[in-house]
Design a protein around this ligand. Structure first.
Ligand code: KG4
Ligand code: ZN
Length: 427
């Protein structure tokens, strides 16, 4: 498990990478003057990561090595708790509820992660100024109480870096994670790095058991509940947005259509399950739904027309929406979405010299879409396809740890004092 734990204490090479001193009262250390190119040094390091951008609270501990050329990860602990059931009655995520639930969940998850990673027995005394920590949590009184009650019992675990999602996402929810990370950084005197959630989705493919080699330039299609983006990846950290949705994200389209069909939230997996039954039963296809912007000359997407078309279909049926019709609509929805995603990706591939295709984000948990991408890459050898498994596709803290490592290797640590949450953060 903690093969390198002892070497971390004596061997501080990863800590040479701090861009900012952790103790702001202490004189700047010599290491802080070391130039950025030393960031290529890549001894293994333990990363604690925190994700609170939407309705999942996650904390994980990974061990990372290989630097930017051959990043590889070993998972020591992965905790996740979902608020989905609570948000179900709103048909989407309710921000103040999300914030409260993150505040409740973080401390128990931290303890669970440390226990799982066998870090828990650490007895090093934790010294900090209670008031300074309390000040960090002025807007999260519940978290403050839990944090101050338990943090002394945890010692100082052998963590080399704290990575936390700073955006994009729901700002009140993001702040809970950011303030929690800042408090940990202060109490444990550990460096911190802020992570873009979308870079997290891209990096999720690196966490698969058979760690892939991504050949650049790569193309990343990011398909989640909040985003639909085609991104060219020249290198880790070098991202060019090629196209994006002009209205609803693809996951959002699935969720809204699921709601119209009377299915529970989130609708994506539900619509997909009905579509699968429709195929198994060989139900006759319905009149096609629109495929907005399918033939447009750019790489942008639009999904709101699909939802509107489903709304009209259902309205025209009056109250005769049978289970069979639900399955047929679900199948046609999935077919339309799949065709749009494949065609836009193929257009991007044909216009550029791409060696690896990454498809990430919650929607790639969909097996029908995944199969379609597998078929697509077979047409373009030696193009390789990289997708996260279903559990790594939807939001989790592991991918934040992986992206945190890549960012730390590029830029070093950030100043915990100036770390902020940005709901609209771009890649
Ligand atoms: O990446 P993610 O967990 O959260 C965001 O960052 O948004 O993605 C969640 C989205 C939801 O819209 C959900 O309905 C969709 O991913 N999703 C699916 C499937 N599993 C999750 N959509 C279609 N088919 C699925 N099997
Ligand atoms: Zn996400």
């Amino acid at each position: 498990m903690w093969r390198f734990a002892s070497s971390f204490h004596t061997h501080s090479a990863p800590l040479l990478l701090h861009k900012f001193p952790i103790d702001h009262n202490a004189p700047p250390r010599l290491e802080n003057n070391i130039k950025k190119d030393i960031v290529q040094v890549s001894l293994p390091m333990n990363i604690l990561s925190i994700e609170t951008s939407c309705d999942e609270t996650g904390i994980s501990i990974i061990e990372a090595e290989g630097g930017l050329t051959r990043p590889s990860f070993e998972i020591h602990a992965n905790t996740l708790t979902s608020q989905m059931k609570l948000h179900e009655k709103y048909g989407g995520v309710f921000p103040s509820l999300a914030k409260r639930e993150h505040s409740k969940a973080l401390m128990p998850l931290l303890e669970e992660a440390l226990t799982h990673a066998k870090h828990f027995q650490n007895t090093e005394t934790v010294l900090f100024e209670t008031q300074k920590i309390a000040d960090l949590f002025v807007r999260e009184p519940e978290l403050k109480q839990r944090f101050l009650k338990r943090i002394n019992t945890l010692g100082i675990p052998p963590i080399d870096l704290i990575a936390v999602t700073t955006g994009p996402g729901l700002e009140p929810a993001l702040w809970v994670g950011v303030n929690f990370a800042r408090a940990l950084s202060r109490v444990w005197k550990k460096p911190i790095v802020g992570v873009n959630h979308m870079e997290g989705h891209i990096a999720s493919v690196l966490l698969e058991k058979e760690q892939p080699i991504i050949n650049f330039n790569a193309l990343a299609l990011l398909i989640s509940g909040g985003h639909t983006e085609l991104v060219e990846v020249d290198a880790w950290g070098s991202y060019t947005l090629l196209g994006a949705t002009r209205d609803d994200a693809v996951g959002e389209a699935f969720d809204k259509i699921g709601r119209l069909l009377g299915l529970p939230y989130p609708g994506g997996p539900e619509v997909s399950a009905l579509a699968k039954i429709a195929r198994q039963k060989n139900l006759p296809p319905i009149e096609p739904l629109p495929r907005p912007m399918l033939g447009s000359r750019d790489l942008d997407f639009s999904f709101s027309g699909l939802k509107t078309a489903v709304r009209y279909r259902i309205r025209d049926l009056k109250s005769n929406l049978s289970d069979t019709m639900r399955m047929q609509i679900a199948r046609e929805t999935e077919d339309a979405i799949t065709q749009i995603l494949i065609q836009k990706t193929e257009k991007a591939l044909s216009e550029r010299n791409i060696h690896s295709l990454i498809v990430a984000g919650g929607v790639i948990a969909n097996t029908h879409i995944r199969d379609a991408f597998n078929r697509l890459v077979q047409k373009y050898p030696p193009l390789t396809l990289h997708t996260p498994s279903a559990t790594l596709a939807t939001d989790n803290a592991l991918m934040i740890g992986a992206a945190g490592y890549l960012k730390y290797m590029r830029t070093g640590a950030e100043d915990p004092e100036s770390l902020t949450a940005t709901g609209t953060l771009e890649l």
